[in-house]
Design a protein around this ligand. Structure first.
Ligand SMILES: [Mg+2]
Length: 435
């Protein structure tokens, strides 16, 4: 974009810019900058005290500057006088290595060196709640199998259509919206793109859904497991690698299910690194109430319980839905959009570098077979601390994603786990009072 942002502001009516970065816990932090000051800010970055966000910085550290990526400007469809700019944190004149957008860019550069670009699409499930967040927004949404419920979908038409209209305006190529498998749960799908673009859109989508829901007197949540008996909020990712000539490197007419050897090495990398990757795809204490969960009221959790891959079968961690991509069904709504893509790419590249073999796919119902002792060594981590220790000890992800990042991430998440561990629950009282 050769035009300065101030000129774009004049053309489009933007009066303020949100210069926004995403921290390690996925929180978006911003400065609201008037259009007349944006050109200088685009050059130097907006200043932040990094310690005040979830980053591994101290209060005595120098100011961190978030330098906006001016190519990725998004004018807020619901508030067109504001423009949103994803930004890259810089400190002491160099990129902050553990900042999530920088981590993903480093993985994209690694892939580019090998001759590939990762393309992704994400399915961000969310729920619409009352403003207090303690009940569904729609008291009539009570079916035991609510997936694709036409009546409940249309009762939330005003919110869903406004979000979809926004995506149409932004050129994201949205193509379908539905009521999902939990009461109050929805999913909206848009076109796939280069992983960095999808990550920016994924971050913006969460911001937009929450903002538009608020406008309609509701609260939107991407929390992985809000109600024990209902299906949680997943974030399935569809992924493919493309070569420098613009060919899909995952597709091969002669390959098993139409996928190439490259795709199978990538799958093997995801399987081999799954336990460590879970610390990124399922990053919160609550995440582990969704994976490994008992059956929900609807009859299925739709989340994996085992490290396995399959063909067109939704009971596994990796599904091959077609001959052009894979679907990773592991991540949930609390995943950081940048770290999700970075983790997937690092794990996949590791598999490709080792020419790893994923073994035979399993064409079985893994929800049935998941508790079979034969698959005991394929169980996903049962809680966040186990996943963090896997990540901490993972040579492949540490060398792929960088020690700076892994150390910073594990340190902050372990501190969060310790905070959680101090809380007493009713379950403990119920089961331990009479010990
Ligand atoms: Mg879904």
């Amino acid at each position: 974009m050769s035009q300065p942002l101030s000129a774009i502001a004049k053309d489009t009516g933007i009066q303020y810019f949100l210069v926004s970065f995403t921290d390690l816990f996925g929180v978006q932090r911003s400065k609201l900058v008037p259009a007349q000051a944006i050109d200088a800010m685009a050059e130097s970055g907006a200043g932040f005290a990094g310690f005040a966000a979830w980053l591994d910085l101290g209060p005595a550290d120098a100011d961190m500057f978030a330098v906006p990526d001016t190519q990725q400007l998004i004018q807020l469809p619901w508030k067109p006088e504001v423009g949103w700019l994803p930004a890259d944190p810089v400190i002491n004149g160099a990129p902050l290595a553990h900042a999530p957008r920088n981590v993903l860019k480093a993985q994209m550069a690694r892939a580019a060196e090998a001759g590939y670009v990762l393309k992704t699409g994400v399915e961000c499930e969310f729920m619409l709640l009352s403003p207090e967040g303690d009940a569904l927004s729609d008291p009539h949404d009570g079916q035991s199998k609510p997936c694709y419920d036409q009546q409940a979908l249309l009762r939330r038409y005003d919110v869903i259509a406004e979000i979809c209209d926004a995506m149409l305006t932004l050129g994201w190529e949205p193509y379908q919206n539905d009521h999902e498998d939990a009461n109050g749960q929805f999913e909206m799908n848009w076109g796939y793109a280069d992983a960095l673009i999808t990550a920016d859109r994924h971050a913006f989508f969460k911001f937009m859904v929450k903002a538009i829901a608020e406008k309609h007197g509701m609260r939107a949540t991407f929390m992985p497991k809000l109600f024990a008996e209902l299906t949680g909020n997943g974030c399935h990712m569809h992924a493919s690698l493309w070569d420098e000539d613009g060919n899909n490197a995952f597709h091969d007419n002669t390959g098993e299910l139409g996928l190439s050897q490259t795709a199978y090495h990538f799958i093997a990398g995801l399987l081999d690194n799954a336990k460590a990757l879970t610390a990124l795809t399922n990053p919160t204490v609550n995440s582990y109430k969704r994976i490994n969960a008992p059956t929900t009221l609807s009859g299925a959790t739709w989340s994996p319980n085992t490290i396995s891959y399959t063909g067109n079968n939704r009971t596994h961690m990796i599904r091959i839905p077609d001959d052009d991509r894979i679907e990773l069904r592991l991540a949930d709504g609390s995943t950081n959009p940048y770290l999700l893509a970075a983790g997937v790419l690092a794990a996949g590249l590791d598999g490709m570098e080792r020419k790893a073999d994923p073994g035979q796919r399993l064409d079985i119902d893994m929800y049935e077979a998941g508790n079979d002792p034969a698959y005991a060594d394929r169980k996903l981590p049962l809680n966040l601390i186990d996943a963090l220790r896997e990540l901490e000890g993972s040579h492949a992800l540490r060398s792929g994603l960088g020690t700076d990042f892994v150390s910073a991430y594990v340190k902050l998440r372990i501190a969060e786990w310790q905070d959680y561990s101090r809380h007493l629950t009713q379950w403990e009282r119920d089961t331990t009072l009479d010990c």
